[in-house]
Write a protein that binds this ligand. Structure first.
Ligand SMILES: Nc1ncnc2c1ncn2[C@@H]1O[C@H](COP(=O)(O)OP(=O)(O)OP(=O)(O)O)[C@@H](O)[C@H]1O
Ligand SMILES: [Mg+2]
Length: 319
């Protein structure tokens, strides 16, 4: 019985007296893309390393492809592909040699390892660079090779730790296409990312991790709705009115608005659509005109900030 491709329950990990994971739960169905989001140090890489059997948890349990990561690491490794946060390939070898080496490590016969390497180099648009030593590769080329390396073994479950960090928009799009292709072919993908747009584009579900705990979980749209419904925004005609607008919004919503002086914009979460007419009246009586005013759904960036705000007291969605 294999209901989930990835399943973790109460994962705990300590480094000395530093608690990196403090009870992480995850459930990922086969064929899903899950995006794990969190600020620096949240515990994303630690979670990936435990699931990929590179590190043992101090507490809790996890199963990948139905196999326990601690009791059955060899079985787990035969099912997964892992792309590290830092490319983990040999600098002195060429791109093709690196991929063949991976294939050999996975016990592919030499001929098959070569064929697989050629196929992957083609797919990642690296065929013309196949024989160049890796140390002459740019960051984006390394990332592509790193992802290719994780696919040598025909893995059905892929862990991608910040696969597109530092890539230009074109290369990032290229990787997104590759990931979509993999999912289309039935792979399960767990990816960590700092880019909310990436999670929005790729992930079926998002798990937000903060300080070693899951603070929210759901589809991107659900998370947006859960975080205070909508965002009210006002752009006063005169930048000098920013503070007055901020004061009015604070009074109306009971929340501290965010000011963006560069954009001349004040924004605040607003649960009640009726607030717009109240706002218009207040602005009128204060003699303030606005170039832009209204309600919109929050962006995933705003969701993320609301969920991982440092002061736990201001967190608006409970775990
Ligand atoms: N080898 C280690 N020794 C000591 N502490 C560590 C070690 N690795 C990670 N940590 C700590 O554990 C916590 C979680 O780290 P982790 O690398 O999992 O975070 P992350 O979410 O991947 O962060 P980033 O976005 O920066 O990659 C951090 O506080 C980090 O400082
Ligand atoms: Mg990390």
């Amino acid at each position: 019985m294999m209901e989930y491709a990835i399943e973790a329950e109460g994962l705990v990990k300590r480094y000395g007296d530093k608690v990196a994971l403090n009870g992480v739960d995850l459930e990922v169905r086969a064929g899903e893309v899950i995006g794990v989001l969190g600020p620096n140090g949240a515990g994303k890489t630690t979670t990936v390393r435990i699931l990929a059997t590179l590190m043992r948890p101090d507490g809790g349990r996890a199963r990948v492809g139905g196999h326990d990561v601690v009791r059955d690491p060899v079985r787990v490794r035969s099912l997964i592909g892992l792309t590290g946060q830092y490319a983990s390939v040999d600098e002195t070898l060429s791109a093709a040699e690196n991929l063949v080496l991976y294939g050999r490590l996975l016990n592919l016969p030499r001929r098959q390892a070569k064929a697989r390497a050629a196929e992957l180099l083609e797919r990642f648009e690296l065929a013309t660079e196949a024989d160049r030593p890796l140390r002459t590769f740019s960051g984006g080329m390394r990332r592509r090779l790193d992802l290719a390396a994780s696919l040598v073994g025909d893995a059905r479950i892929l862990f991608l730790d910040e696969p597109t960090t530092g890539l230009d928009p074109h290369t990032r799009n290229q990787l997104w296409e590759v990931v979509r292709g993999l999912v289309h072919d039935g792979s399960t993908v767990l990816l960590t990312t700092q880019y909310l747009e990436e999670a929005d584009q790729l992930a079926d579900r998002i798990t937000v991790v903060d300080r070693g705990r899951v603070v929210a979980e759901g589809r991107p749209g659900e998370l947006k709705r859960r975080v205070g419904g909508q965002i009210m925004h006002v752009r006063p005609t005169l930048p000098a009115d920013l503070d007055a607008v901020t004061a009015i919004l604070t009074e109306l919503t009971g929340h501290a608005p965010a000011q963006d002086p560069g954009a001349g914009l004040v924004t605040v979460p607003a649960a009640d659509p009726m607030l717009v007419s109240a706002l218009v009246r207040r602005l009128e009586s204060a003699g303030i005109t606005a170039d832009e005013l209204g309600l919109r759904l929050p962006s995933l960036d705003e969701v993320f900030l609301a969920l991982t705000r440092q002061d736990a007291g201001t967190r608006r969605v409970a775990a």
